[in-house]
Design a protein around this ligand. Sequence first.
Ligand SMILES: [Zn+2]
Length: 145
Amino acid sequence: MSKTMNDIQVPDEIRQAALNVRDHAYVPYSDHPVGAVLISESGKTYTGCNVESANYKGLCAEASAIAALVSSGERQIRKIYVIGPGEHLCTPCGDCRQRIREFAIPATEIVVLDGAGAPLKHYTMDELLPDSFGPENLNKTSGMG
Ligand SMILES: [Zn+2]
């Protein structure tokens, strides 16, 4: 069952990290800055923002945070917060749902914040990407190695 926004607590340092990284987004084409704050299974925090380019093939904030996680030698996402620019729900795109799924564990949570950093909605991995295809479908485990 989905938690409602009243059930969700966002620690101040997470909200501040989300606002900071969102404000670093490079979005001259879409003018739609997004930030992601990821908590790994070890408890470390990784952040990412969207980075666009003139060929319109930009990098999403979630992909950017996941790249930082993996680059640091970690492989598992405990929680990921996503913050967009406004009041509306800025959920991970389809590609990013699959990217999060790659490094998800059964307890992975996805929290979408509004532009001010207040929680809007909370998802489990299965709610965000039902009946998903993952590493185990190829007889691999996520967090390999
Ligand atoms: Zn995306």
